[in-house]
Write a protein that binds this ligand. Structure first.
Ligand code: ASP
Length: 584
């Protein structure tokens, strides 16, 4: 047993969560904040002294004026709590510190909310306005420490695998990730702007041209997109790139880092991460980020209705269904109407519901279904009496999206409920959807390598070209994406053409990036995963704001610093800018 703890300083021997019966008899010094104070009688008071490690009960003279959140140094002797007063819920609950000499290091204004779990119910804007007080709480301290453990384990895993940490600039030209960028006016070149990096994408690829071989960075990335529970303007990524590799090499290196990070937090190493193709993920779960913690997979019913008389089904390109076990009784007309409304909101023309009974189906469309169709639905979906079946008939992408959304709505467990289900989604399409002016859009980004088996489909059927792009998904959250990159200029030109980017445009936008490739670019690929999201899930939080020390609110503001604030007119003018009145 040591007399002092690892974090002892000239002001303290131990921290507030450390003392145990083995310390009884020792004279100790603690520092921290006053949590609760209770009068004891006999001219004594109990004070809970708190720091991030926990609390220790200190017995002090009641004439010492210490109040909530005062900052103290307490010197005293560790002793056993009297019989009957042991608190087994508290790690330090068997001891207390007596004969206390109290030094008030700093008085404190009463805090606007209690510094404990009760603050969970306080309006988030108030918590963020007083974030420095919110951070004193156990939940926030735990989250910040989980974050630190994830960062440390990730770094160690990358270093162990021979990756080199390289910092890339924050003032960059536009990068092609496709999100809206933050622009920074260049004072010395009025009218010109830097962008803040959406990711280090271009630079990390140039590091490969530069022979770095294996790069990583815990990188801050910025995207000016509407904020959500899993999205902030600024976020942190483990960004990496490696040379002379194929997809499996990248997946293995990233898996190692993610599994190490998870193990560092949970104490358990997750199983090796499974893989699913994008097409399978869509067909089975309706989304490209499947939550594998629950079943309710989509059933393929298109063939079942190949010769159907039922009009709503006969012309549809794709028919799929999901089954909610035993839910037929729970869903009244009102709820079914709500589900239909939700399906329409996501893009369906309608939603067919069927309640399984001993006789067949109870449903407004039952009369349109043949006996053969009823039997085939039941068999394909493994339906039993009491189950509720939901069917969507539409074009394939819509069928998937609607049922994928309903599956998540109806079945997805809360984020803090285990188990952790990691999955690699591979073979993303090279192009997903079209821009407003009808050009195909990159599924990942324009430098992603097409699948070698699909290159000849570029001109005939570009939308069916797969790519060597992969996502890592955890419990239905997209943790990150990556791809093998194009390193041959001819192929790059072909992809640009398919994207509707002319050679002149490509040269203007990406010339500084593509010309270096002419000097001998190695085959390379990489990945980036969001640390905020990984930490949030490992911490059981469903909002990444809870794992970020100083996040922005949903509307992009910071109630603590009041940012953003109007620009000082002189500073704005110095940048060569003139503000125009805002019209709504
Ligand atoms: N830059 C990509 C992203 O941030 C990741 C990658 O392709 O490495 O999503």
């Amino acid at each position: 047993m040591t007399n002092t703890s690892m974090t002892s300083t000239s002001m303290r021997t131990h921290q507030c969560g450390e003392l145990r019966p083995e310390h009884i008899g020792q004279t100790v010094s603690l520092t921290g904040w006053v949590g609760r104070r209770r009068e004891h009688g006999d001219k004594l008071a109990f004070v809970d002294l708190r720091d991030h490690t926990g609390i220790t009960q200190c017995v002090i003279n009641d004439d010492v004026d210490v109040r909530s959140e005062y900052v103290l140094q307490v010197k005293g002797v560790v002793r056993a709590r009297p019989d009957g007063t042991v608190n087994s819920a508290l790690p330090t609950g068997e001891i207390e510190v007596g004969e206390c000499e109290v030094t008030i290091l700093r008085k404190a204004t009463p805090p606007p909310f209690p510094i404990d779990a009760r603050a969970d119910d306080v309006d988030e804007n108030i918590r963020l306005q007083y974030r420095y007080l919110d951070l004193r709480r156990e939940r926030m301290q735990k989250n910040l420490r989980i974050r630190s453990a994830v960062n440390a384990a990730t770094r160690t895993a990358m270093e162990r695998q021979g990756f080199v940490e390289v910092e890339t600039p924050m003032l960059v030209p536009s990068t092609p990730e496709g999100a809206r960028e933050f622009l920074v006016p260049a004072r010395k070149e009025p009218g010109s702007f830097y962008a803040l990096p959406q990711s280090p994408q271009l630079f990390k690829q140039l590091l490969m041209v530069g022979g770095v071989d294996r790069y990583y960075q815990i990188a801050r990335c910025l995207r000016d997109e509407d904020l959500r529970a899993d999205r902030q303007y600024e976020f942190m990524q483990l960004d990496m790139e490696m040379s002379f590799v194929g997809q499996d090499d990248v997946i293995d290196a990233v898996s190692e880092a993610v599994l190490d990070a998870a193990e560092a937090v949970t104490g358990e190493r997750p199983d090796p991460i499974e893989r699913i193709t994008w097409l399978d993920a869509m067909n089975r779960f309706g989304v490209d980020k499947p939550d594998l913690r629950f079943g309710m997979e989509l059933s393929e019913l298109t063939d079942v209705f190949a010769g159907t008389e039922f009009k709503a089904f006969s012309s549809a390109g794709s028919i799929k269904g999901i089954k909610v076990d035993g839910a037929a009784g729970e869903y009244g007309r009102n709820q079914l109407d709500k589900l239909t409304g939700r399906a329409k909101q996501v893009g369906a023309k309608g939603l067919v519901w069927l309640k399984c009974t001993d006789e067949g189906f109870d449903s407004p469309v039952a009369k349109f279904l043949s006996d053969g169709e009823v039997a085939a639905i039941k068999e394909t979906m493994g339906a039993a009496t009491g189950d509720l079946i939901l069917i969507v008939a539409d074009e394939w992408a819509t069928t998937c999206e609607v049922l994928g959304t309903l599956r998540n709505d109806l079945g997805r467990p809360p984020v803090h409920e285990g188990p952790y289900r990691y999955v690699w989604v591979v073979e993303f399409p090279l192009f997903i959807g079209f821009t407003d002016d009808g050009r195909p859009k990159s599924g990942h980004h324009p430098f992603t390598m097409p699948h070698p088996d699909d290159v000849d489909k570029f001109d005939t059927d570009p939308m069916s070209v797969r790519s060597i792009a992969y996502d890592l998904v955890l419990n239905g959250w997209e943790l990150g994406s990556g791809s093998i990159r194009i390193h041959e200029p001819e192929l790059q030109r072909k992809v640009f053409t398919a994207l509707g980017i002319t050679p002149e445009e490509a040269d203007k936008k990406f010339g500084f990036f593509l010309n270096p490739f002419e000097y001998g670019a190695p085959p390379h690929g990489g990945f980036a995963f969001g640390l905020d999201r990984l930490v949030a899930i490992l911490a059981g939080e469903d909002n990444i704001r809870e794992v970020i020390a100083f996040p922005k609110t949903q509307s992009g503001t910071d109630p603590m610093t009041n940012s953003p604030v109007p620009g000082d007119p002189k500073a704005v003018a110095d940048l060569g800018l003139r503000l125009i009145p805002q019209v709504d």
